[in-house]
Design a protein around this ligand. Sequence first.
Ligand SMILES: [Zn+2]
Length: 127
Amino acid sequence: MNKNVMSEFKRLHYELWNWLSEDPLREIDCWPEWEEVNKKYGRITNCCFACAVFCKCSRCPLSKEMGGIHKCNLFYLFEGLKRILYVKLHQNFDEDDQSTILITKDYIDNLKTEVKLLALQIRDCWK
Ligand SMILES: [Zn+2]
């Protein structure tokens, strides 16, 4: 891959994950730059710019950095944690469900912090 494209992808990786870290409820698909990126480079597999650079999702170096083994798991790691956040957020507002008593604002805030920290960790794992 061309060196300019590689550094561009590195920058885009940073921008994407930085954007996600700013608000734990943001969706990866809603990143405002996707339209431009897709027009220029086509669809980015796994929403991972490192996969796109190294053309080997099966051995994505960033995924490996984050504990993945077989294929790029940055997206799934992040979405998995966010799914927990959404479920807990929903439970928090379900006043009829007795099991929600244990879900406190602190608990939700901690989950939001975890999502944010994970996004920052993924942002910074490509140096
Ligand atoms: Zn990847």
